[in-house]
Write a protein that binds this ligand. Structure first.
Ligand SMILES: Cc1cc2nc3c(=O)[nH]c(=O)nc-3n(C[C@H](O)[C@H](O)[C@H](O)COP(=O)(O)OP(=O)(O)OC[C@H]3O[C@@H](n4cnc5c(N)ncnc54)[C@H](O)[C@@H]3O)c2cc1C
Length: 420
């Protein structure tokens, strides 16, 4: 059931980018009556990187209510962050510093993407369409493609990720800040492990002197959550000085990549050096798990606040707008929340300008707050991580509370409801 109104009905909307945010925007705006065209540069369906993400339960419930994802989407519920540190006495599993209570659902990124993608009308989703230019005009916004073809829309939503063309067009002076470290990621079938049960107790967080690693189960690519079939998803934060980043991000062909080395692009020597360092840093259960992984991938960590989410008829959503360090695990849900709020603003707004102004104010504040939260977490858990092996549950809790303020509204989905 759709809920179109005169404002949204027939509104021509262009969406740049067809990943998590782009799919959520296209689906919700189509349902309220907008005529949506989505341009995705990739020539095929986006490939699962085999990695996972954690999302608060309240957010998932809201997405199910909005019919953005299936009610039976597979996930694991984690109630604990298991914080450990390698010590001589606890070299295999690490010294347990703190079982920190949490409440997070762990999902497979590819499964979330496919749930969202299925809901975008096929006629709206255009693959192999790279946008090369976006311009505000008095009567709308123009999108130009590589072949020179131009499209004019009433509104263009840029959901084109952290290196957004839209953000660069609106705010050329804004350059994302490199945080001084990278996130190295991979996944392993649990069947490859003799002792996967170690990971049953929650999200395992392994501190070391200049970062930490995080390990948890996610459903496999087919959605199976049965014991013996799960994936172990992991990521390790590793410091790489800015001056060394170009060499570090040089791929197997000798090309310096911007911001990341996707699966298959990392030279074996780089992966070997990272694995060797992991054996020094993490307890051997975790280091041996990482040792068995192939096709690992890495991305540099940046953060970026923005002065606005919308200028004229060009809007930014998801990572294309403000984007935060991934410690909060809020990347995917932030983009989806941007989409839910935009659909609500267009559904209830009295004019396009009024709707965009309302949306812009709320989402800019929320997005920039998420960036500051990510900064706090990065400082506490990577840049200034204390030696957890000298701490216990009480001192860990004191340290965490003093270092990090969790802003409740970040994880709360936008309140107004676009029921469809
Ligand atoms: C293939 C893929 C796999 C990912 N896997 C994971 C994962 O396993 N775990 C995790 O936590 N995060 C993953 N991410 C990142 C995650 O999706 C984002 O951090 C977050 O969810 C915000 O999503 P987004 O849609 O705003 O941005 P992104 O997911 O970065 O998507 C941006 C999209 O815009 C497209 N695009 C960019 N420029 C243009 C252009 N000029 N013209 C047309 N299209 C353009 C890109 O191809 C991409 O599809 C992945 C992203 C991608 C693209």
């Amino acid at each position: 059931m759709s809920q179109s109104n005169t404002l949204a009905s027939g509104l021509k909307v262009g969406v740049v980018g067809g990943s998590i945010t782009g799919c959520a925007v296209a689906t919700l705006l189509s349902r309220i009556g907008c005529e949506v065209t989505l341009f995705e540069r990739s020539g095929e369906e986006l490939k699962d990187r085999g990695a996972g993400l954690g999302v608060p339960p309240s957010v998932i419930e809201t997405y199910i209510e909005h019919d953005l994802i299936d009610a039976d989407i597979p996930y694991f519920r984690a109630g604990t962050f298991v914080r450990r540190w390698r010590t001589p006495a606890e070299a295999y599993r690490g010294y347990l510093a703190w079982d920190q209570p949490t409440n997070v659902l762990l999902m497979n990124w590819g499964m979330l993407y496919r749930n969202l993608r299925r809901r975008v009308p096929n006629a709206s989703y255009r693959t192999a369409q790279r946008v090369t230019r976006i311009d505000n005009r008095s009567d709308g916004a123009v999108v130009a493609l590589t072949d020179g073809v131009q499209h004019i829309f009433d509104l263009v939503v840029c959901a084109d990720g952290y290196a957004s063309l839209g953000r660069h067009y609106l705010f050329p002076e804004i350059i994302p800040r490199y945080a001084g470290y990278v996130l190295w990621r991979g996944a392993l079938d649990e069947s490859a492990l003799a002792d996967a049960a170690v990971l049953e107790s929650g999200i395992h967080c392994l501190g070391y002197r200049s970062g930490h690693g995080i390990f948890y189960f996610v459903p496999n690519a087919d959605g199976s959550v049965a014991r013996g079939t799960r994936l172990v998803n992991w990521g390790i934060y590793v410091p790489v000085p800015a001056a060394e980043l170009p060499a570090f991000l040089t791929d197997t062909m000798g090309v310096i990549r911007e911001g990341s080395l996707p699966p298959g692009a990392m030279p074996l020597a780089t992966e070997r050096a990272l694995k060797d360092a992991t054996h020094q840093r993490l307890p051997s259960f975790y280091a041996n798990l990482v040792e068995r992984c192939e096709q690992t991938f890495v991305y540099a960590i940046y953060d970026c606040e923005v002065p606005a989410y919308c200028v004229g008829r060009i809007a930014l959503a998801g990572d294309a707008a403000a984007f935060a360090r991934p410690h909060s695990g809020a990347g995917a849900l932030k983009g989806m929340n941007d989409a839910v709020a935009l659909a609500d603003a267009l559904r209830t707004g009295t004019s396009l300008d009024a709707a965009l102004t309302e949306w812009n104010t709320a989402r800019t504040a929320s997005g920039n707050q998420l960036v500051r939260f990510g900064n706090q977490l990065g400082r506490a858990l990577v840049e200034e991580i204390p030696d957890w092996s000298t701490m216990n549950a009480e001192s860990m809790e004191r340290w965490f509370t003093a270092s990090v303020t969790i802003p409740a509204e970040i994880f709360r989905p936008p309140t107004a409801a676009t029921r469809t």
